[in-house]
Design a protein around this ligand. Structure first.
Ligand SMILES: [Zn+2]
Length: 198
């Protein structure tokens, strides 16, 4: 398996798109994470306030993208279709997501999609708006975003690094609190956290 697993919905909600993408990590942002992976729909538990936060993002006009590292796939721990079943449960609880991108790889697979690499964010941006960032300079200035409101929410520095490479506003959360911790900042137009990837 070379690239990420991509699930595309792009529902027509009747809400006007503001041109921006909200990139969200999954575990520790929308649902409780686990050191041993979330292995089934039954193990997926939504964090308090996550559904409401995603609803607020939609009402603000964002397209919603989930980017999640799930190396259980390349470790051979799951049967085919497991990630789609987990994501169905997720969307049953927080609503339909425009694009879900899953990196199945391990560190040693040296892919371009496992965060902190930006491959999943760029794939989703190409799908939604036919534009993406084509280069990375970890030591340079933070790149300009495709849309000034683009944002990334995650619980790890690898999320912040991936978001940094596409110029997104960065919001780091506590993994036990999730997106509810930062939704008011996002709504108020906060420029996001200061962050250097290296
Ligand atoms: Zn990957």
């Amino acid at each position: 398996m070379k690239g990420p697993v991509i699930e595309i919905n792009q529902p027509t909600s009747g809400l006007k798109w503001n041109g921006a993408i909200a990139y969200l990590d999954r575990d520790g942002v929308l649902n409780y994470g686990s050191p041993n992976y979330v292995n089934s729909p039954e193990e997926l538990k939504i964090l308090p306030g996550a559904a409401e936060a995603v609803s607020k993002l939609r009402k603000l006009g964002y397209k919603i993208v989930i980017t999640t590292n799930q190396s259980a796939i390349m470790r051979g721990l799951w049967e085919d279709g497991t990630i789609q079943k987990i994501h169905k449960k997720l969307q049953d609880e927080i609503g339909e997501i425009d694009v879900l991108v899953t990196c199945p790889h391990r560190d040693r697979d040296k892919c371009g999609c496992r965060k902190p690499m930006p491959g999943m964010l760029n794939s989703a941006s190409e799908i939604i708006r036919q534009k993406s960032h084509s280069s990375i300079n970890w030591w340079g200035e933070k790149p300009q975003p495709i849309h000034p409101l683009d944002l990334m929410v995650g619980d790890r520095d690898s999320d912040m690094s991936a978001g940094w490479t596409v110029g997104a506003r960065l919001f780091k959360v506590n993994e036990h609190v999730g997106i509810a911790e930062v939704i008011d900042r996002i709504v108020s137009g906060d420029p996001g956290d200061k962050f250097r990837p290296v």
